[in-house]
Ligand binder design. Structure first.
Ligand code: NAP
Length: 273
């Protein structure tokens, strides 16, 4: 029998996940389908019951359910319990197991481009859910230190404590205090939602050079102001779509237990822009 997958969240109609996964099914001739299913905030429990009733084989979770979904899991893998948020679930005979593929999805482009993380100094802008998975990723890859800059200092402080628990040398500052210090870092990541509406980058990239890695996790539009400023400095750029693709590839492999057709998925994703 064919398998069924979904992405749940709200809003969900602009999700690129159905395109990416459907392209993989076509490429490998799998009898599977993948749908976008809107579940509003406050209706997660009923939504999950519905998915179990139709014997969904697996699903992705996006804003606003990544943390609340933890309550409805029967099992969690290591990344998911460490981060405290879930973006991928498998369903085996009614047993829901949660994973967080954002962390490995974030790291994937570094591997693909053979960019080193070990021993580097990182500036992370933002301290929301995605930033938490990114901190766990930098700890796993053994960065030397991480400065977390956020509009709300308290959230940066909390994330900095989390980073320290994972063994990173960490500190927290306000975004406004980054000023002209970008040049002091090897890797700079935007993990805020700034850029989605074509806003200006929240920090200056003055002084960075062609050795600096600049990574924007905002994937729509592809060329955010942050990315454009990095390109002007000839920095090494990583786009948000690369993380999106990385997490989708990892989710595919969890569900299907076979290697994901990376190029077909990438082509489908880029076609969505
Ligand atoms: P979140 O938990 O809501 O966190 C949002 C972050 O953005 C917070 O740090 C918030 O700062 C900051 N922020 C929002 N508006 C701001 C503004 N005007 N000025 C300065 N900072 C601002 O969201 P999330 O789940 O972490 O997601 C963040 C972004 O990453 C979203 O755009 C999402 O689409 C994207 N994302 C991409 C991928 C991918 O695969 N490429 C994966 C996950 C998420 P405060 O704490 O001060 O509010």
């Amino acid at each position: 029998m064919g398998k069924t997958f979904a992405v749940i969240g709200d809003p969900i109609n602009h999700s690129l996940s159905p395109n990416i996964h459907s392209a993989a099914f076509r490429e490998l001739d799998l009898d599977s389908s993948y749908i976008a299913y809107r579940i509003p905030k406050g209706e997660l429990e009923e939504g999950i019951e519905g998915l179990k009733k139709i014997k969904i084989d697996g699903f992705n979770i996006t804003i606003p359910h990544k943390i609340e979904m933890m309550k409805y899991l029967d099992k969690t893998d290591e990344s998911c319990s460490l981060i405290g948020a879930v973006n991928t679930v498998s369903n085996k005979d009614g047993i829901l197991k949660g994973y967080n593929t954002d962390m490995d999805g974030f790291l994937e482009p570094f591997k693909k481009k053979e960019l080193n993380i070990t021993g580097t100094k990182v500036l992370l802008i933002g301290a929301g859910g995605a930033a938490r998975a990114i901190v766990a990723g930098f700890a796993k890859a053994k960065a030397k230190s991480i400065t977390i800059a956020n509009r709300t200092l308290e959230k940066a402080n909390n994330l900095s404590e989390f980073a320290k628990k994972l063994g990173l040398d960490a500190n927290a500052i306000r975004i406004d205090d980054v000023k002209d210090t970008a040049k002091n870092y090897d890797i700079i990541v935007n993990a805020t939602s700034v850029g989605l509406k074509n806003e200006q980058s929240v920090i200056s990239l003055e002084g960075i050079d062609e050795k600096t890695v600049v990574y924007d996790i905002v994937y729509m539009p592809m060329n955010t102001d942050f990315i454009k400023k990095a390109k002007e400095k000839n920095a090494i750029v990583i786009y948000g779509y690369e993380m999106l693709l990385g997490q989708a590839v990892r989710a595919f492999e969890i569900w299907h237990n076979i290697e994901a057709p990376y190029n077909a998925m990438k082509k489908a994703l880029l076609g969505g822009f």
